[in-house]
Each structure stands twice: as C-alpha cells, then as structure tokens.
Write a protein that binds this ligand. Structure first.
Ligand code: ZN
Length: 168
C-alpha cells in the first residue's frame, strides 16, 4: 500500500485499545513496512498502528540520528521500570504541540518480532521514552494524558484555537 494517512487528534480511533497480533504473515510484514515508510516520511521517531487506524498491537520506533535502526515491536509489554525523567514530547497525531511530561527513565520491554519470535529489550533515555509513548498509543493513551491539569487546560485552549483557525 505504501504511505498511510496519519490520524489526527481528536480522531476517536486514537482512543481505541489495540488487539493482540496472532498472525505473523505477509499482511503484518506489509503493515510494518508501510508504518516505517510513513514514520520516516513524517520525520517521526515512532508510530503506533492505531495512528494509521489499524487496531493491532504493532509499533515502529527509530530514535537513531540517521534513522537506520528500525525497531519493530509486536504485542509489547513493559515489564519493569525504574526512575523518572522529564521528557519533552510531541506526537505525529497532535501536530505542532510539544510539552514536557514525566516518563520512566529505564524500562524492560518484552515483545515479539515480525516472525512472532519473543524478545526482551532493556532501554533507557530517549529509546525508553519513545517505547512508552508508543505502548501508550496501543492502549488508547496520548502523551497529553500525562500532563498536569493546568497544562492540560492549556492544551485544550490551544487545540480549540487551532480548530477555529482551521475553520476560518
Ligand atoms: Zn504519538
């Protein structure tokens, strides 16, 4: 299929919980290929399947400077966390809004690869942050949900203004 359309907040699909992947075949392969293509073309460092309207537990991540270290995570579970770190985040589904939230500094991730093989990954810093952001997406959670009430109100005002401007 190629490039997919990224769903933009407040599209309700972004609030859906994605279902477990059980088929590790060519359909999954073309989904992850399209997701990587879409992520790179949008200059993102991560993309979850629900962001293109596919409700499956699949995410693509690449936090490398040259974007050549693609990590595909299927049915990811964060099984251990430690520490806290402030993280300035944005989201391809919430264009032009960035804000600082708190994330776990270190994580252990259990997931499957495209062939259904289990793997475990220890991650820290930006990779840990990006994985947390994408796993949230698969549960219908957006980074703005982690904002303090004050900043959340600011976001809502900002978003209302954006929506009005687009309708002018
Ligand atoms: Zn996002």
């Amino acid at each position: 299929m190629g490039m997919r359309e990224i769903k933009i907040y407040p599209d309700p699909v972004l609030r859906e919980t994605c279902g477990k992947v059980t088929e590790f075949g060519s359909a999954l392969k073309s989904l992850t290929t399209d997701m990587a293509l879409t992520m790179y073309a949008s200059s993102g460092i991560g993309l979850a399947a629900s962001q293109i309207g596919v409700l499956e537990r699949v995410a693509v991540v690449d936090v490398s400077a040259k974007q050549h270290e693609r990590l595909i995570i299927i049915n990811p579970e964060i099984v251990w966390t430690q520490g806290a770190i402030p993280s300035e985040e944005g989201c391809l589904s919430i264009p032009e809004f960035r804000e600082i939230i708190q994330r776990k500094e270190h994580i252990v991730l259990q997931a499957q690869d495209e062939k259904g093989k289990d793997f475990e990954l220890q991650a820290s810093g930006i990779l840990a942050i990006c994985i947390q952001h994408e796993v949230d997406h698969l549960n219908g959670v957006l980074f703005i949900d982690h904002l303090s009430r004050l900043k959340r109100d600011f976001f809502k005002k900002w978003h209302r203004k954006q929506a009005l401007e687009q309708n002018e």
